[in-house]
Design a protein around this ligand. Structure first.
Ligand code: ADP
Ligand code: MG
Length: 261
């Protein structure tokens, strides 16, 4: 089990109307093959930009990102398109085609690659079964619950047979019960398929439930990283401290309101 994703001194600046905005500032990170690694940070910390750099949607100004030993920052557009098949991405807002059925949403990346019909059909049914959507293949996204929509999002990412799944706030739009179901699904995919997962979120409980190791991103920097239990019980950063404080406060409120009934 070696390092599977290695990020070295990653920097990204956006040119904005009010001048340059440095969003990632010297990120160093390593994620091991087969783990679920959590990245937590407040809104605007640079989480999505980091995710987009890893799957090549955004080009960093400086630094290297190795995925399975391959430097994705030095690939051509064509090579990157090929490489991206190995990196699945799941989003908060699902990013589904509203006018396509669940089947066609899942099949999309194979359709544009002109996959043979039989094989496409077999793969769509396989991943639909894995995410629990076999009965919904002819439905449209508009008729699905949030949890079912995210299952489509996950199936669509899985159909490319990725080695890595980047979950960018995948559960942030879902209610707590659905969040747990989706996290359970991601955990079982990790376990059964050995897919490495980068779980990016602003919800500490999602990380606590799913990850062994995590990093805290603040202002474009990794300000602490390590085992979830250690950071949880003894945060060394302001963000880490705030997150755990909010988490314990929430637990406490829940407990009190539960006890009051
Ligand atoms: N394409 C872009 N152009 C200019 N600024 C951007 C762009 N993408 C993100 N930003 C800015 O970068 C910062 C970090 O954004 P983002 O990576 O989306 O953070 P997070 O996902 O942690 O909320 C924000 O201030 C955001 O406004
Ligand atoms: Mg984001």
């Amino acid at each position: 089990m070696g390092d599977y994703i290695e990020i070295h001194d990653l920097n990204k600046t956006f040119q904005t109307r009010s001048g340059p905005l440095q969003v990632l500032n010297g990120i160093d990170l390593s994620v091991q093959k087969g783990e679920i690694f959590g990245i937590i940070g407040f809104s605007g910390a640079g989480k999505s930009t980091l995710a987009r750099c890893v799957n090549g949607l955004e080009k960093p100004d400086q630094g290297r990102i190795l995925v399975d030993g391959k430097d994705v920052t030095s690939l051509s557009k064509k090579q990157m398109r090929e490489e991206r098949r190995h990196i699945g991405m799941v989003f908060q807002n699902f990013n589904l085609f509203e006018s396509k059925t669940v089947y066609e949403n899942i099949a999309y990346s194979l359709r544009i690659r002109h996959e043979k019909k039989d094989l496409l059909d077999q793969k769509v049914k396989e991943v639909a079964e894995l995410v629990g959507l076999s009965e919904k293949l002819s439905s449209y996204p508009g008729g699905l619950s949030g949890g079912q929509k995210q299952r489509v999002g996950i199936a669509r990412a899985l159909i490319g047979e990725p080695d890595v799944l980047i979950s960018d706030e995948a559960t942030s739009a879902l209610d707590p019960q659905t969040t747990l179901q989706i996290l359970d699904l991601l955990k079982s995919i990790n376990k059964e398929k050995g897919i490495t997962i980068l779980m990016i979120t602003h919800e500490l409980d999602a990380i606590k439930y799913s990850c062994d190791r995590m990093a805290v991103l603040e202002g474009g920097k990794i300000i602490e990283q390590g085992k979830v239990v250690d950071i949880f019980h003894n945060p060394h950063s302001r963000t880490g401290e705030l997150f755990t404080k909010v988490f314990f406060q929430f637990q406490n409120d829940e407990f009190q309101s539960g006890a009051g009934i």
